[in-house]
Design a protein. Structure first.
Length: 113
């Protein structure tokens, strides 16, 4: 079977397979931290469903203000209550999951100026 481009199906399949195997940019990502019913970060990572977890959100930063994370009830940053997250982040990383911090969010209370 030939395509109009003159490439045979076996060669095209080999090219696609090679490109897919060489890519490490794939994986499933999730935003965690804005739904009180989503469980802990460690539980989310333990599902094995995700390659990337975005902590949502660092909503206050910039313009000389103290950065403040908003995790919608998972922890209270005003009382240093989010320090326990470091253990959960390490748990995720031990599973090979990349944990990132998402800047911004739905509430515009940040400024880079």
């Amino acid at each position: 079977m030939e395509f109009q481009l003159g490439i045979s199906l076996p060669i095209l399949s080999l090219v696609i397979l090679t490109l897919a195997q060489g890519s490490e940019a794939s994986g499933i990502a999730i935003y965690w931290g804005q739904n009180g019913n989503e469980g802990t970060l460690a539980e989310t990572c333990a599902t094995g469903n995700y390659d990337f977890v975005n902590l949502a959100f660092l909503s206050t930063f910039g313009n000389g203000r103290t950065p403040m994370i908003n995790l919608a009830g998972h922890c209270d940053p005003y009382s240093n209550g989010c320090t326990d997250l470091s253990t959960e982040i390490k748990s995720c990383q031990a599973r090979g999951i990349k944990v990132m911090l998402s800047l911004g969010g739905g509430v515009v209370s940040y400024s880079l100026a």
